[in-house]
Design a protein around this ligand. Structure first.
Ligand code: NAD
Length: 283
C-alpha cells in the first residue's frame, strides 16, 4: 500500500474546489481581497509570499503585497494595519513573519481586526480557537486537519503527539486535534526524552525545525507521521523526520517537500474566503 500522505495532491484538489467557489463570488462582484505586509528583506519570506501569490492568482483571490523597508517604525506599521482594518474593500490582513527585531510583533497582532485576521494570530481568535468556537484557523494546522480528513482518518480516542509548541503550528494544532477527539500531548525543547512520548503516538507531528530529528526508533509501528519541518540543507529541503527510515515503520507519512507545505498555502486561501464570506453576511 502507498504510505504517502500526498499533501500536494490534496492541496490541488482543494484549490480547484475553492476556485469554483471563488468564481461564484467574483460573478457577484465579491472577489476576496487580502493584504500581506512584509517588513524588510528576509529571503525565506519572499519565497513564501511568492507561493501565496501564485496560489491566490490560481484561485482568483486578490492578494496585495505591501513591502515596507526594514527601517520602518512600529508606529507606522500599526497605522497601516489600522487603515487596512477600516477599509471595507479589504477582507484580510496578515503580517509576514519574521519581522525585524525592533518591531513588537505582539503589538501588530493586537492591532489586526479579528474579523480580518487571516493567520488567526490575534488574541481574540486564539481564544476562540481554544473555546472550539472559531471562524478562522491558522493555515498550517488547518491544512494538516484537512489532509487527515481527505484520507478519512478518524482520530477519536487516538494518541496525538506534537513536537513543537509554537504559536503558529504546535499550539493551534493541539486545539484542532482536541476537536477531533484525540488525546493530545505537546512536546518541546525542554521535554525529557522525547521517545517516551513519541513511541506512544498513533499520530506524530513534528514541527520543530531540526533536520531529521525523528528517527525510526522513536515511532510506534503503524503510526501516522506528519512532518511540518522545512530545513534547507545544501540547496535541498529536508523535514524534521528521517523520511527513508521512518517510512518503513509508519503506516502513513507526509513527504518534504510535497506534504504540509502546499496544504498550508491552500488553507490560507480558504481562511481569506471564509473571512470575506463572513464579512459579506454581516453587512
Ligand atoms: P519555532 O522555532 O517557532 O518552534 C520550534 C519548536 O520546536 C519550539 O516549540 C521548540 O520548543 C521546539 N524544539 C526545538 N528543538 C527541539 C528539540 N530538540 N526537541 C523537541 N522540541 C524542540 O518553529 P515553527 O515556526 O513552529 O516551525 C517549525 C518548523 O516547521 C520549521 O522548520 C518551519 O520552517 C516549519 N514550518 C513549516 C510550515 C509549512 O507550511 N510546512 C509552516 C510553518 C512552519
Amino acid at each position: 500500500m502507498d504510505k504517502i500522505l500526498d499533501g500536494k495532491k490534496v492541496a490541488e484538489l482543494k484549490s480547484q474546489r475553492l476556485k469554483d467557489f471563488v468564481k461564484n463570488l467574483i460573478d457577484q462582484k465579491k472577489q476576496p481581497h487580502f493584504c500581506v505586509i512584509n517588513i524588510g528583506d528576509n529571503a525565506a519570506s519572499k519565497v513564501y509570499i511568492r507561493a501565496k501569490t501564485r496560489m491566490a492568482e490560481k484561485i482568483g483571490i486578490l492578494q496585495e503585497n505591501i513591502q515596507l523597508p526594514k527601517t520602518v517604525s512600529e508606529d507606522e506599521v500599526v497605522a497601516l494595519i489600522k487603515k487596512l482594518n477600516a477599509d471595507p474593500e479589504i477582507n484580510g490582513v496578515m503580517v509576514q513573519l519574521p519581522a525585524p527585531d525592533h518591531i513588537n510583533v505582539k503589538r501588530l497582532m493586537d492591532t489586526i481586526d479579528p474579523e480580518k485576521d487571516v493567520d488567526c494570530l490575534t488574541p481574540t481568535n486564539i481564544g476562540r480557537l481554544w473555546e472550539g468556537d472559531h471562524f478562522v484557523e491558522p493555515a498550517t494546522a488547518a491544512g494538516i486537519i484537512s489532509l487527515l480528513e481527505e484520507y478519512d482518518i478518524d482520530l477519536t480516542g487516538k494518541k496525538a503527539v506534537i513536537i513543537g509548541r509554537s504559536n503558529i503550528v504546535g499550539k493551534p494544532l493541539a486545539a484542532l486535534l482536541l476537536e477531533k477527539n484525540a488525546s493530545v500531548s505537546i512536546l518541546h525543547s525542554k521535554t525529557d526524552n522525547l521517545s517516551d512520548y513519541t513511541r506512544q503516538a498513533d499520530l506524530l507531528v513534528a514541527a520543530v525545525g531540526q533536520p531529521e530529528l525523528v528517527k525510526a526508533d522513536m515511532v510506534k509501528p503503524g503510526a501516522i507521521v506528519i512532518d511540518v519541518g522545512i530545513n534547507r540543507i545544501d540547496n535541498h529541503l529536508v523535514g524534521d523526520v528521517a523520511f527513508d527510515e521512518v517510512k518503513e515503520v509508519a503506516n502513513l507519512i507526509t513527504p518534504v517537500p510535497g506534504g504540509v507545505g502546499p496544504l498550508t498555502v491552500e488553507s490560507l486561501m480558504e481562511q481569506v474566503v471564509k473571512l470575506a464570506k463572513r464579512q459579506d453576511e454581516r453587512r
